[in-house]
Design a protein. Structure first.
Length: 761
């Protein structure tokens, strides 16, 4: 009976596969026939028009705004529009395409939906600290629902750039320093945005960016050059992009940097050889804002030259720069561009529109009833609250200063306590900060004002040059008229009656994100002056951080009793911060970027390689600094709880792993503290000896577990040979026989370990 059952199941699965394959082939055939027929009717100029993505609308994210867009739409010279949303605005432009153009080809509508559309979630770096892939996917889907309801069908997200340099402002948009976790987060975002099919009424098309290596910009300076070996590229920086491709992402955005001396938007090896031929990507490639134009400044040729190189390299859509529109037709006449090359690019963009269902219904994303029912709904706000709570990371908690007690007298000090604008952070899409809940509002609503007092304490900044730079680009920094000294004196006076001081400090939303690199990532000097003055009161201080990157906090770690990292937590930030501060929610976040002790340690990351002279504090001539320790202040994977977790009884079921085999490693985790809480158990592996040198450890798995106080659970990980593969000197993805070290623990530093041997034929 067992054999018969297996055969029946096999035949059923075979039948299902053949039917499914046939349906897919029929669907593909219908699309091909439709697009082939459409393209036969198109002029060369109309085909080139499909490659043009101008910007028009409410939000300018680059140095120029496209001109005369409506006229170009009517002439069939626009393939999509960037920065226009809301049903009314989108319908107006789509009407032009459908009623005023010869072939009635619908437009794409794209927007930077980065961490929410109307309901804002924590910044992506914060979300990654939740280590909750299901949660991340849900936030992306909620953002897709809202964006979809306002006429959008395309988001320029996820940003999956690996970065080990917190000076780079755009770390706020990514998932940190690790390729394994970054790959899983990339997959979660794509699944959340796109779902199982692009023509659904609840999804939008995703765009993975920035391809490639943008997070490795030299000196952490935005738009800067990148130079690295192919081995480092394949093992450390490319995996998250590849994960997004494997997840079925619809589009890819090029990076501003160069790779192997060639700008990404003109790099044939990157966009054709790697992306299409090796990874089998079948969507279309769009540039970042004016990236083709900027290849001229790179020294890669004049406008016609870079235009030619971009198209031949595999760039299908030109964002805002309009060089394709300006030069391609003439380049065809000059026989520098083949008509077939324009056909290839046009076909891919038309395919995306077909897959989105726009040819069946150009107005499918334009539904006024959805705009009324999908925006900032109760379930999305609840999800925003959940995400904010899970993103927060407890960095220090001396003498269990947290959670606070409601009968304690608390002085809330700092420029962010009553602030709303900064709560939703940078790249906050169509979010309205006025609808966000401030920390003070949440406190007032939940515990009243009888045991809390407030003083601003300082302006967020006093650096006039920096304030001017930020405000020139909508930094929205308004200074208190009182002097810095007067503000500090008021804070000290306010704190006299308090049992605990909570100082809410950090960055403004404009101090991180695009074009927001910082050479000094400490707290601003005036904020540090406030903390030093508050310290002299003798009161215990909890530092509540709001920022978009890891900061250098060596002085703060030494002198503060508690430090809670909240990032820019989104629409429900105030409520989430209240709940964590007062123990109604237990912090469980773990950082996904190392926090350096000082700026001189940067770049800093956990999965380094040993040198020929590893650190030895007893030997002078080993790899170390004279003035600071080598390791991070807070290492990758670090995060405390209000309870304590004890790791014990690490076990492995065998010491040898064969090619088709698996082994199980387990550890017991006990909650020895006073609260029920969640812990993220992390698995790292080190390949001890390789044909190329290997990192001291690499994240290979993690599990989130919930433990009641006093409870113990055994956590198991299964290890198989594919987990041990890497790109070798020949860029072959293979594992190698030898000894491997296994590490399991609460972060990348505090670990239990054992070992096994991989035996290959």
């Amino acid at each position: 009976m067992k054999i018969q059952f297996t055969i029946r199941n096999f035949l059923f699965l075979l039948f299902y596969f053949l039917v499914f394959k046939t349906e897919c082939q029929v669907s593909q055939s219908k699309m091909d026939l439709f697009i082939e027929g459409l393209m036969k009717k198109m002029t060369l100029e109309e085909k080139i028009g499909q490659l043009n993505l101008p910007s028009i609308g409410f939000d300018i994210t680059g140095p120029l705004l496209s001109k005369d867009v409506e006229s170009k739409i009517q002439k069939g010279l626009v393939g999509g529009v960037f920065n226009t949303y809301t049903v009314n605005a989108v319908k107006k432009l789509q009407d032009l395409a459908i009623t005023k153009t010869r072939l009635k080809i619908p437009l794409l509508f794209g927007f930077d939906v980065i961490h929410g559309h109307r309901t804002i979630f924590p910044i992506p770096l914060g979300l990654s600290c939740s280590w909750n892939l299901s949660l991340i996917e849900k936030t992306a889907n909620a953002a897709a629902l809202e964006a979809n309801a306002e006429g959008l069908c395309w988001t320029f997200s996820p940003m999956v750039d690996i970065s080990r340099d917190p000076r780079w402002g755009r770390v706020s948009e990514g998932a940190g320093e690790d390729p394994f976790l970054g790959s899983m987060v990339a997959n979660a975002y794509v699944q959340g945005y796109q779902g199982s099919q692009l023509d659904s009424n609840s999804t939008i098309m995703a765009c993975v960016k920035h391809f490639a290596l943008y997070g490795a910009a030299e000196s952490g300076r935005d738009y800067n050059t990148v130079d690295m070996s192919l081995v480092k590229m394949y093992n450390d920086y490319l995996p998250p992009y590849k994960a997004a491709i494997e997840a079925g992402v619809g589009t890819v955005m090029t990076a501003f940097n160069e790779i192997n001396g060639i700008p990404a938007s003109g790099n044939k090896w990157l966009l054709m050889d790697l992306l299409r031929n090796q990874w089998k990507f079948n969507g279309f490639v769009v540039t970042d804002y004016t990236a083709i134009n900027e290849m001229v400044a790179h020294g890669y040729g004049n406008e016609k030259t870079v235009c030619t190189k971009a198209l031949k390299a595999g760039v299908e859509m030109d964002m805002v720069g309009e060089l394709y529109l300006k030069h391609l037709a003439q380049l065809v006449k000059e026989k520098k561009i083949k008509h077939s090359e324009i056909n290839r690019a046009c076909k891919l963009i038309l395919e995306a529109k077909y897959k989105l269902g726009l040819f069946s219904d150009p107005y499918k994303f334009i539904r006024s009833e959805k705009e009324k029912t999908e925006i900032r709904t109760a379930d999305k706000l609840a999800l925003s609250l959940e995400a904010a709570i899970e993103s927060m990371v407890l960095l220090k908690n001396k003498n269990q200063i947290l959670p606070l007690k409601k009968d304690q007298k608390i002085a809330f000090i700092g420029p962010f306590v009553k602030d709303k604008r900064n709560l939703i952070g940078n790249w906050s899409g169509a979010g309205d900060f006025k609808l966000a809940i401030s920390v003070w509002e949440a406190l007032e609503q939940n515990i009243g004002l009888q045991n809390i007092v407030y003083a601003k304490g300082c302006n967020v900044l006093e650096d006039e040059k920096l304030i001017k730079k930020l405000n020139e680009h909508d930094g929205q920094i308004i200074l208190e008229k009182h002097s810095p000294e007067a503000l500090i004196l008021e804070a000290i006076e306010t704190s006299k009656s308090a049992d605990v001081i909570v100082a809410m400090l950090g960055e403004t939303f404009g101090m991180s994100g695009e074009a927001a690199s910082r050479s000094d990532i400490r707290l601003p000097e005036n904020q540090i002056n406030l903390l030093k003055a508050l310290k002299k009161t003798g009161k215990p201080i909890v530092l509540l951080l709001m920022n978009g990157r890891p900061l250098c906090l060596e002085w703060e770690d030494e002198h503060m009793e508690g430090i809670l990292e909240t990032w820019f937590a989104g629409s429900q930030a105030g409520e989430a911060i209240y709940k964590v501060l007062y123990g109604e929610a237990i912090p469980s976040g773990k950082i996904t970027m190392s926090f350096p002790r000082n700026i001189g340690q940067i770049p800093i990351y956990y999965n380094v390689k040993n040198t020929g002279r590893p650190l030895d504090l007893n030997q002078k001539y080993t790899s170390k600094y004279l003035d600071v320790e080598n390791d991070a202040l807070y290492p990758f994977g670090y995060g405390l709880s209000y309870t304590e977790f004890k790791y014990k009884n690490l076990q492995i079921d065998k010491k040898q792993l064969h090619l088709k085999d698996s082994l199980i490693v387990s550890i017991e985790v006990e909650n020895t503290g006073p609260f029920d809480a969640t812990e993220t158990v992390q698995l790292y592996i080190q390949d001890k000896i390789g044909s190329i040198t290997r990192p001291v450890k690499e994240l290979k798995g993690f599990k989130k577990i919930y433990l009641k106080k006093g409870e113990t659970k055994q956590v198991k990980f299964t290890i198989r040979e594919p987990m041990l593969r890497f790109y070798n000197e020949s860029l072959k993805f293979k594992s190698e026989s030898g000894e491997f070290q296994i590490f399991i623990g609460k972060n990348s530093r505090d670990l239990e370990n054992t070992y096994f041997h991989l035996i290959l034929p």
